[in-house]
Design a protein around this ligand. Structure first.
Ligand code: SF4
Length: 449
């Protein structure tokens, strides 16, 4: 039985891929180790969406390559976005790598590793061309990474059909391939029967779900079916393209208690000339109308977004519009990034690139403005009664339980700490709790008996 360790880098979408890979390896008879030091095979699932992620991936690979000098490690396997973006040249650049795989074709990996280890070692390259990417092998999976968690991610599509001028994802992941509803229901049922109470629905653009499938189901069709699963605690929607947020979707969020009053809507910018250069489909008016409809029809909804500062051609006026929009407080949480000219992207060739010093100043101004908005919004929660999903003992202290309200997404927003620890409350339980304090991004609460 070969001992394997999987190191995952990047976003929740990559976490789902790593889980899929682990499941396939266990099915193929590999023993999964939590640590790399005694692994005979080390697999790194990389992210290469932006340059800092590429650098992190290369540093991680080089540090893990050191284990090949030990008696244990016989194969270093690298997969995911980095090989899909840069191809087999990586094998020459980092000769310690033995096997490459790309964005798809996971089912071939266990056999390829077995062939490599113990037989005549010959480097493998399983990276497919973009036009050949095939995600149809995505099967219902069990939660295999232990310990089981109260939440999980359900990836409903791979790839993206949008063509934002700064983004390499369509060049890495290919065109959108939605996963059929029956497969997703089966996968979600297995998650829930394995103890998951909160399912987070993800894709590059969840609002485009189903457009590539024969029957063209919509996101609302899928959600309506998912909501029928018994014992499902709640569903959360991440990564919605504002242009495609329909009235039906807003009304569904308003009507269904199990759909979190929460939506992650990456808008990227608010100034029309910049939105146009970015290749985004919305205008600032569209975005405002969508956000106002959400805030009106779903009172109390929490909205998260992502914006980019310093896009080529971003003038003082464009930036003032963005900063003013953030100060208006539409978003309760916001991720902000400086634009980075990604090799191979359309925007990298645009004139009027913004100097780094100005990008840094603008980024800081946006982050400062948002911090005030978020703090105010969270402080307004003091005195309210909320449903909290208990995740277990706090990582900070055994005297605290940690959980999340429905307006706190896992791994990105803050936590709710339960300060009267009760050993009766098992991870995965949904409890009512009174919020009595807020500190930066976290809340403190007492459970109601
Ligand atoms: S919607 Fe735009 S930014 Fe998001 S993955 Fe697709 S192309 Fe990239």
């Amino acid at each position: 039985m070969l001992k394997v360790a999987v190191v995952n880098l990047g976003c929740p979408k990559n976490e789902v891929d790593a889980e899929k890979l682990v499941h396939l390896l266990i099915e193929a008879g590999f023993e999964l180790l939590a640590e790399v030091d005694q692994a005979e095979v080390i697999i790194v699932n990389t992210c290469a969406f932006i340059q800092p992620a590429v650098e992190e991936a290369i540093e991680t690979i080089l540090s893990l390559a050191e284990y090949k000098k030990s008696a244990y490690c016989q194969a270093l396997v690298v997969g995911g976005c980095l090989p899909q973006r840069y191809g087999s040249g990586i094998l020459k650049e980092i000769p310690e790598i033995d096997l490459l795989f790309g964005a798809d074709g996971f089912a071939q990996i266990p056999a390829a590793i077995k062939n490599f280890v113990g037989k005549q070692p010959q480097k493998f390259n399983l990276v497919h061309q973009l036009c050949d990417l095939d995600y149809s092998e995505i099967n219902p999976l069990l939660q295999t990474i232990s310990p089981p968690q109260a939440f999980s991610y359900l990836k409903i599509a791979e790839g993206c059909d949008n063509r934002c001028s700064y983004c390499m994802i369509p060049m890495i992941k290919g065109k959108q391939q939605s996963i059929p509803i029956e497969t997703l229901i089966s996968q979600a049922q297995k998650m829930v029967s394995g103890g998951v109470r909160e399912i987070n629905v993800i894709a590059q653009d969840i609002t485009a779900y189903g457009r590539d499938l024969k029957e063209q189901p919509t996101l609302c069709n899928l959600l309506t079916e998912l909501l029928q699963i018994s014992n499902l605690g709640r569903l959360r929607l991440l990564y919605a393209y504002p242009y495609r947020i329909s009235n039906d979707l807003i009304e569904l969020i308003a009507a269904e208690n199990q759909l979190c009053n929460y939506l992650d809507i990456p808008i990227q910018h608010i100034s029309d000339p910049i939105l146009k250069l970015m290749g985004r489909r919305d205008t600032s008016k569209d975005i405002r109308l969508t956000l106002e409809a959400l805030k009106t029809k779903v009172p109390g909804i929490f909205l998260r977004s992502t914006v980019m500062v310093g896009f080529p051609g971003e003038s003082e006026t464009d930036f003032a519009r963005l900063l003013g929009f953030v100060e208006e407080g539409f978003f309760d949480y916001l991720g902000a990034f400086s634009y980075w000219p990604e090799d191979g992207s359309t925007a990298a060739k645009f004139p009027h690139q913004v100097p780094d010093t100005i990008k840094d100043e603008r980024l800081q101004a946006v982050l400062d403005a948002q911090r005030q908005v978020t703090e105010k919004r969270l402080r307004a929660k003091i005195g309210s009664r909320e449903r909290v999903l208990i995740e277990g003992l706090s990582l900070e202290s055994d005297l605290l339980l940690q959980g999340r309200c429905d307006f706190q997404a896992p791994e990105i927003d803050g936590l709710t700490y339960i300060t009267e620890v009760d050993s009766d409350i098992a991870p995965g339980t949904l409890v009512d709790a009174d919020i009595y304090d807020a500190h930066e991004f976290d809340l403190f609460a007492k459970v109601i008996r």
